[in-house]
Design a protein around this ligand. Sequence first.
Ligand SMILES: [Zn+2]
Length: 177
Amino acid sequence: MEKKYNPHEYNNAVPCEVCGQLTFVDDYGNSGKCKHCGWRQCVDNKDMDIKQGISYPMLVPLSRAREQYKAGQKFKATFDDFINGLMFYSEMLFWHHGLVHEVYTKMKSQDLEAYVSGDCIVVFCSKEIKQEYNHLNEFRDKANIDGVLLKDLWGEVVHPCFMYCGVEGDYDNPPED
Ligand SMILES: [Zn+2]
């Protein structure tokens, strides 16, 4: 029997946009995990880097991902990347000391412009905490774990990602980066 055409199959050979080694993309230009550097690419990443300061589904913007790769570091979003991702996707996750933490936004009204400018409710929660902020800037400046500001403990944060798509496996265990 002839194999059915599947546009989502990673069967087009291309250079990885981060490490330049051979990787494979589907017919939409999205790749599986690059077996050389672990990056997943998508056709819009150059554009998203400039416009939104992120990439999808990796979150780390492409330009920073290239720097991190060159420096031999793991891909990891900065706190600012994470906030950019939050405004793009509105539901984010990260792990801290093995515990999953969730950040999501809620619109205060139907005013999309206000929302995009950061005038929204930001909820930050885990099994142990629940914090609610009235503006994105307030979240950025005040969100904390046991009194230590999130922006100051970001070095301890593991696998900041978009909810759902950034997670392989179960939420109780941080995915391997
Ligand atoms: Zn690669």
